[in-house]
Ligand binder design. Structure first.
Ligand code: HEC
Ligand code: HEC
Length: 427
């Protein structure tokens, strides 16, 4: 048999080295923000402003609405301080309506709690007529066969998926915005290697995946990592929460009212940038050790356990150049009980881009645990009223770690909680 010319080996080797090399060279460098104080100051005013229909700040647009969830950003992002989170009473309800015939369009969006005119008021019944005439459905623990699951207290037809989202805190958004895509991709690689290249579809190993958006960037913001930058999330929030249309994101029409005519865009790009600049000035959460020596020792023991039982596999203390984030910002499959379909923030992703691009119903971005002590209730819909509950409810890729936590002694569990309680919102 004729041996191939050794030239080919060298060429193949060269190519193998060249391609990743080029990839690294073309990765975008991390963005470092220099924020102008005046812009952030105006942004703070816009973030806390109580918006009205035809608001004078809305540039001749229709202002608040026609459908909205609150009249200001701070109404939801206000606990324990400006830029924070909020309770379940401010949860946002999302719907996905599956097509009547295969290949048809999936519709998804938000059932807004309020409208400027009763004729625009959205209710579940407007999504699907067998659902109740409510805009703010209650989502509660229900006991079925000795097991507590969280459910809506009405029957949902099989062509509808309903899910809620709890408000996350925005502290330290600047640090997350500045993390480079390559740091998330490196993290993703490391997790796959650690577990013997387990696929990201695994429900057993904590192998996350970076959500690659259709334009090639990696998603970092939102419960489903659906948005690649803070500015884009702000633009989407303005439109979806308050009905403030802007050049990047149109305001939603009321469900069943595609005929709604808006006057003009409510916000300019500059105003969206000002709000973003304000969020970029929010301090990052900090670790605050208890003053009392015994409590401090307890928290330190808890930190060791946090690593031992595998929490740090996903809640990685450092990511890229950011210390104390406690997140890999990757999507993980979290099991059947934590399913929640749909998302509405961020660039719409065509379903045709493939199931592996769209986040699956049980996939969630690991939430950063910095500040976690002050930002309850916890989990994507706020179903966990305590930190213990939040841990117990981990399923899917989090099952092993939650199981290991359950096997700890009561003293050790208390140590772990004491550690989590050192992760505080900025003062
Ligand atoms: C009705 C409550 C509510 C209001 C009002 C609201 N938000 Fe939010 N916010 C949420 C929820 C819920 C999420 C999580 C959404 C998701 O990820 O699906 C969120 C997420 C965010 C995030 C992403 C945070 C992260 O780390 O992923 C940003 C940024 C944000 N909001 C900014 C704003 C701005 C700016 C305004 C005002 C224009 C605003 N929000 C108004 C509820 C609200
Ligand atoms: C497989 C990855 C993974 C592991 C391992 C893991 N978590 Fe999580 N954690 C997540 C994800 C993803 C969520 C969000 C799930 C949701 O909201 O439905 C979450 C949510 C949380 C929350 C709620 C945060 C919030 O802001 O709502 C806490 C607290 C938490 N985890 C602590 C822990 C602790 C303690 C451990 C170890 C016992 C642990 N986690 C192990 C991925 C993980």
């Amino acid at each position: 048999m004729k041996r191939p010319n050794p030239c080919w080996y060298h060429l193949a080797l060269l190519l193998a080295l060249l391609l990743p090399g080029l990839r690294v060279l073309t990765w975008p460098a991390p963005t470092i923000h220099a924020v102008e104080a005046a812009s952030a100051e105006t942004g703070k005013m816009l973030f806390t402003h109580d918006w009205q229909p035809r608001d004078p700040l809305a540039n001749g647009g229709d202002g608040l609405g026609p459908v909205y969830n609150a009249t200001s950003c701070v109404a939801c992002h206000g606990q324990p301080t400006l830029g924070g989170a909020s309770g379940r009473d401010h949860n946002v309800t999302m719907y996905t309506l599956l097509p009547a015939r295969p290949g048809g369009d999936i519709q998804q969006g938000v059932v807004h709690v309020m409208a400027v005119d009763s004729k625009y008021q959205e209710t579940l019944a407007k999504v699907e007529k067998s659902l109740p005439h409510v805009s703010k459905p209650k989502f509660e623990p229900v006991n079925t066969g000795g097991r507590t699951v969280f459910a809506f207290n009405f029957t949902i037809p099989s062509n509808v998926v309903l899910s809620q989202r709890n408000t996350p805190a925005l502290y330290g958004a600047k640090w997350i915005d500045e993390i480079a895509d390559r740091d998330l991709i490196a993290q993703e690689k490391q997790q796959h290697l650690k577990w013997g290249l387990a696929p990201a579809s695994s429900e057993q190993y904590p192998v996350g995946r970076a959500l690659r958006l259709p334009d090639g960037r990696v998603g970092k913001f939102g419960w489903k990592a659906q948005s690649a930058s803070l500015l884009e999330f702000v633009q989407a929030a303005c439109a979806n929460e308050l009905g403030l249309g802007n050049p990047a994101q149109a305001q939603p029409n009321p469900i069943g009212r595609p005929d709604y005519k808006t006057l003009a865009l409510d916000l300019t790009n500059e105003q969206c940038q000002q709000m973003t600049d304000f969020l970029l000035t929010l301090a990052r959460p900090i670790e605050r050790a208890p003053a009392n020596a015994a409590a401090r020792a307890k928290a330190e023991a808890g930190r060791t356990l946090f690593h031992q039982v595998g929490c740090a596999d996903c809640h990685t203390p450092n990511l890229g150049s950011v210390e104390g984030l406690y997140s890999d910002l990757l999507l993980h499959r979290m099991g059947f009980d934590l399913q929640g379909g749909g998302f509405y923030y961020g660039a719409p992703m065509p379903a045709s881009s493939g199931a592996r691009t769209l986040p699956m119903a049980d996939e969630w971005r690991t939430p950063p645990l910095w500040g976690v002590a002050d930002t309850g209730p916890w989990l994507h819909d706020g179903r966990a009223k305590t930190l213990e509950e939040a841990i117990q409810l981990h399923g899917g890729q989090g099952t092993r770690s939650a199981g290991a936590f359950a096997k700890l002694s009561a003293t050790q569990q208390a140590q772990m909680i004491e550690f989590l309680k050192t992760l505080r919102a900025p003062q």
